[in-house]
Design a protein around this ligand. Structure first.
Ligand SMILES: [Ca+2]
Length: 660
């Protein structure tokens, strides 16, 4: 793309706000018929730098350009003439296109992992190269006030169900709180019911066992890794993003499959395969990348261009992962064009939370490049703006979703399912209340009234799950320009985008109003904040291979990574399970997955389930310990203990349960 884009870091400029929303800002001089970024990226023939010295630079995605100054009068003349041109244009609107469209579009949701709002060149990052995302940006309708949850699982739960994560069972990233309840109905179900072919590729993170796996909840064609990142404990043992083994589910069959190559390349290859195989019928593809989540690994060709300038730990690899996925996105779009299905495919791009590694968090020389936050405070796992405001691009040529137009209305991940339902003719179950509203009116017009008044997000239990979920703890209520943090700190993000100043005492009436909104919300979600359960004896997954990631600890995280399991962390906890049918069950206890082929380092083993306790000695060199237990059907807990000769006890981090 050759159109100039603006690198924005500071917010103090009173008349150029490329990064700040057009909505309602008193100082914004732009006519409402055009968004500023549309003007500047689509039409403006000048290379500009703000005369108010806001440090904004014009770049062309290849190199920095020398800024050119123009007069305020000159600029106004350009704006006025462009506005007139836009008003007189005869191109059909999104609404007109939608009304004339009879066949529902294919839908592809591309969601990246831990890529923040500032981790895109088209949002002003002056170092990162994302030419294909920039092109999509220039082709799309873009929501500039779109919010998700501050970390992985809750965003995915809200996206899939249109419901607050706290209701769904999947509101944390581990500890038995990342599994969707079996009562939840997902986007995939609705698309499947509407006659779509449904595919899922990549990271799921809403449950690794039945009934929570993607193939259990409506995806027909699945290729995925387990856990919250490649190489985490539930994932296939030994995976490291290169030449990995992933689970494929297709035509009703589930099996692991070894691949050659880099993870992101494989996900996109599979995406290309899926769209090719299903080009004749409507399809829904959920392309959920593990990149650029840690561990920050990418072939050197992608990280090398950043090595000299992005000098914080893992930064060059983080940026390299993004440039690699950007390249793959371009290849996928070429494939859609080659298949002649791009016109009626709704391509959505979003990310799942704020940046995890897009800026320096350790000391660097003062003159170093320190990353780009898009003028927001916070990052992943925080409830400041940078933790949960992320990109949302929608591109659908046949529906008129084109042209690089910004939409300032407040929207959230909760709203995506209702919006897709309206666009694609999905029939949502009315008996399951949703927390999202369609934002189709906002897609149609930047001046349409917002369909969402406020948005509430919360990191239930806080970082590392140090407490039970409680009201206001690590929460944000967003309404207009206001942000109420933890029920106490009030920020006006229009005047103070970095959220430095707590003005709660100055505006007690605003605090009271936002607290009232929050209190009503908490009263609604708190009774539903129960975990999803994992099935034993479900014919869809027998045996069930459980991992300590899902131990339901009251507080604290269970071992979810081999950095803890390799040291045989002395901790155990219960799995919350549902015995789907009465009968005889075989339990196989291990400290590592079977394929690791490692001995159990313990002398005694113990198991408890449904009130039954059994114990056994562990023979020296044994690689597993087995128990056989008769179980009634119903909900219960399963706990294991492995005790070494020093008397230290931990759990069987990997326990296999088979209905005989
Ligand atoms: Ca994430």
């Amino acid at each position: 793309m050759n159109s100039p884009v603006f690198a924005t870091e500071l917010s103090t400029c009173p008349w150029l706000y490329a990064d700040r929303r057009v909505r309602g800002h008193a100082a914004n001089p732009f006519p409402s018929c055009l968004s500023e970024s549309t003007l500047l990226t689509q039409f403006c023939p000048f290379k500009l730098k703000c005369p108010m010295n806001c440090h904004r630079l014009v770049i062309d995605n290849q190199h920095f350009m020398k800024p050119t100054y123009i007069t305020m009068l000159h600029f106004w003349l350009i704006l006025t003439s462009l506005c007139t041109l836009q008003l007189s244009a005869a191109t059909p609107t999104a609404a007109e296109n939608l009304q004339s469209k009879s066949s529902p579009p294919n839908v592809i949701i591309v969601i990246t992992d831990d890529q923040g709002y500032g981790d895109l060149a088209c949002h002003g990052n002056p170092v990162l190269k994302t030419p294909n995302l920039d092109t999509l940006y220039a082709d799309s309708i873009r929501f500039t006030d779109f919010h998700v949850s501050p970390f992985c699982t809750p965003t995915r739960a809200a996206l899939m169900t249109g419901r607050h994560p706290a209701r769904t069972g999947a509101f944390r990233t581990s500890s038995g709180r990342s599994n969707l309840k079996s009562t939840e109905v997902t986007m995939a179900h609705y698309f499947e019911k509407a006659g779509y072919a449904t595919g899922m590729v990549g990271k799921w993170h809403l449950g690794d066992n039945a009934p929570c796996r993607p193939q259990d909840i409506g995806f027909q064609d699945v290729i995925w890794h387990k856990g919250g990142g490649i190489g985490q404990a539930p994932d296939y043992y030994g995976n490291n993003q290169f030449d990995d083994t992933y689970q494929r589910h297709k035509n009703g069959t589930t099996a692991y499959e070894k691949f050659t190559g880099y993870a992101t390349d494989i996900w996109f290859n599979e995406a290309q395969r899926f769209v090719t195989e299903n080009k004749q019928k409507p399809f829904f593809l959920y392309l959920s990348l593990n990149a650029p989540h840690s561990p920050y690994k990418v072939p050197k060709q992608w990280s090398a261009p950043y090595k000299e300038i992005v000098t914080w730990k893992g930064g060059a690899e983080f940026y390299g992962m993004i440039t690699n996925l950007d390249h793959n996105l371009g290849e996928l779009r070429k494939k859609l064009n080659d298949l002649q299905i791009a016109d009626n495919t709704l391509l959505i791009f979003m990310t799942d939370n704020g940046s995890s590694n897009g800026f320096a968090r350790q000391a660097l020389p003062e003159e170093s490049y320190r990353g780009f936050r898009a003028n927001m405070k916070g990052m992943k796992s925080t409830v400041f703006e940078g933790g949960h405001r992320v990109p949302l691009f929608l591109h659908w040529p046949a529906g008129g979703f084109t042209g690089g137009q910004d939409r300032p209305q407040l929207t959230a991940h909760l709203d995506v399912l209702p919006t897709l339902a309206e666009i694609c003719g999905l029939t949502l179950k009315q008996e399951i209340p949703r927390d999202g509203n369609t934002f189709l009116p906002s897609i149609k017009s930047a001046s349409a009234p917002p369909t969402r008044d406020h948005y509430i997000t919360q990191l239930q239990g806080g970082i590392r799950n140090l407490s039970e979920p409680k009201p206001y703890s690590v929460s944000c209520v967003a309404q207009g320009k206001w942000r109420l943090i933890d029920g106490e700190q009030l920020n006006n993000i229009e005047d103070d985008p970095m959220q430095h100043r707590n003005i709660a005492e100055k505006h007690p009436e605003v605090v009271a109003e936002l607290r009232a909104i929050y209190d009503k919300h908490w009263k609604s979600i708190a009774p539903q904040m129960q975990p999803g359960r994992l099935d034993l004896g479900n014919p869809a997954e027998n045996p069930t291979r459980l991992c300590s990631q899902d131990w339901y600890l009251p507080v604290g995280n269970p071992p979810w990574h081999f950095s803890e399991i390799n040291h045989l962390k002395k901790i155990t906890g219960p799995w919350l399970v549902n015995v789907t049918q009465a009968g005889t069950y075989k339990f196989t206890l291990r400290q590592f997955p079977e394929v690791a082929d490692k001995p159990v380092i313990a002398v005694d083993a113990k198991i408890e389930i449904a009130g039954v306790i059994q114990e056994a000695e562990v023979p020296k060199g044994a690689k597993e310990v087995t128990f056989t237990i008769e179980l009634p059907a119903g909900e219960t807990t399963l706990t294991t203990w492995l005790t070494n000769k020093k008397g230290e006890t931990g759990g069987a981090y990997f326990t296999e349960v088979q209905k005989l």
